[in-house]
Design a protein around this ligand. Structure first.
Ligand SMILES: Cc1ncc(COP(=O)(O)O)c(C=O)c1O
Length: 354
């Protein structure tokens, strides 16, 4: 779902050093063990296919998600863009949720760089659109229309896990109309852990998947695009074209491999702490949120006093993403129980002030 980046005004109030950063799980930093793995990583020139850690990461993520091949990219945005360009030609069209990252947080890259049109489908508060919307949006074979080529899904959406039977039904529908399918799985592993399902099950029927390493897994940067070998080979050329061919990228890939081994299971702790935060804030006068949407590591708050709350927290070293009366709080590996307790006390303290 469209992330809520802090406005310039909100950023400017964060002039105290941030000690507890709840703006996103992208702020996580590599821990000491990950840094040691990075420092000792064997590397090679990945544009020549020589980097052992990149090659291993691509194989290991492909295995994890049950796909034939993988491609390591610098960011989730480039991974999504590369996939859309690999699936679609000029004048073709993508169906995508109106609040999904591809639709509103990637600077219209597919339109600008690929002449690919986006048809945004309205999503509900859980990030869903339905089969009827997909059916209605697929264009007829009529030369007045673009050719509908690809359905893009996202999981999780704004922290909400997408129901698997619903995803499967959407994919079946897309395939029955000859569409390819792509999953923005920036936080797919949160969805897998929350449902206690193997990650491959979540994307079984989907053609390509973009998996971010730099969100809750704690890697400094990087995403892997997974899919059929033939699509990934096309994507490899596109990655070079977009300037994403990296050289000794194994330093980062080694961190990614480390995270896949050590940091997936611990996402459950972030989910548990998010529930604890929701419980602690439930009933606070002046603060609202939809408990049903608290499913993984995100909490979306509403309050007429939000700007003042954000400023109050910032003065105490706690950063949240606040826009108008809304705010997003994201829990991650750097928020332990002590930090959580400070956050609860600060928010409760703000609303209890006389
Ligand atoms: C759902 C989703 N997809 C894709 C991305 C893009 O990832 P990156 O910031 O690595 O480009 C993000 C980033 O926050 C995201 O939240």
């Amino acid at each position: 779902m469209a992330s809520h980046y802090p406005s310039v005004a909100t950023r400017s109030i964060i002039n105290n050093p941030i000690t507890i950063d709840l703006r996103s799980d992208t702020v996580t930093q590599p821990d000491q063990s990950m840094r040691e793995v990075m420092a000792g990583a064997r590397v090679g020139d990945d544009v020549y296919g020589d980097d052992p850690n990149v090659n291993a990461l691509e194989h290991e993520t492909a295995d994890l998600l049950g796909k034939q091949a993988g491609l390591f990219l610098p960011s989730g945005t480039m991974s999504n863009l590369t996939s859309v360009l690999a699936h679609c030609q000029r004048g073709e069209e993508v169906l995508v949720g109106d609040k999904y990252h591809i639709s509103c947080d990637e600077a219209a890259g597919a339109a600008v760089l690929g002449s690919v049109a986006m048809h945004a489908l309205q999503t509900d508060e859980f990030g869903r659109f339905n089969l009827e919307q997909v059916e209605a949006a697929i264009k007829p074979n009529d030369y007045h229309c673009p050719i509908t080529r690809l359905l893009c899904l996202e999981n999780t959406v704004g922290g909400c896990v997408q129901e698997q039977s619903h995803i499967d039904a959407l994919v079946d529908c897309a395939k029955s109309h000859g569409l390819a399918t792509h999953m923005d799985g920036a936080r797919l592993l949160n969805a897998a852990v929350a449902q206690n399902l193997p990650p491959a099950r979540l994307v079984e029927s989907i053609d390509t998947v973009s998996l971010c390493l730099s969100k809750g897994l704690g890697v400094p940067l990087g995403s892997v695009l997974l899919g059929p070998s033939i699509v990934i080979e096309r994507a490899r050329r596109l990655r070079k074209m977009l300037g994403g061919g990296m050289r000794q990228a194994g330093i980062i890939a080694a961190a990614g491999r480390y995270a896949l081994q050590h940091n997936i299971g611990r996402l459950a702790q972030d989910h548990q702490r998010t529930q604890e935060l929701a419980t602690a804030l439930d009933g606070v006068q002046g603060l609202n949120f939809d408990r049903a949407r608290v499913q993984t590591n995100m909490l979306f708050l509403q309050s007429p006093q939000m700007p003042a709350l954000a400023s109050y927290l910032a003065k105490r070293g706690i950063a949240i993403t606040a826009i108008g009366e809304s705010a997003r709080i994201v829990l991650h590996m750097q928020i332990d129980n002590a930090a959580l307790q400070q956050v609860v006390e600060a928010i409760q303290g703000f609303f209890e002030r006389k």
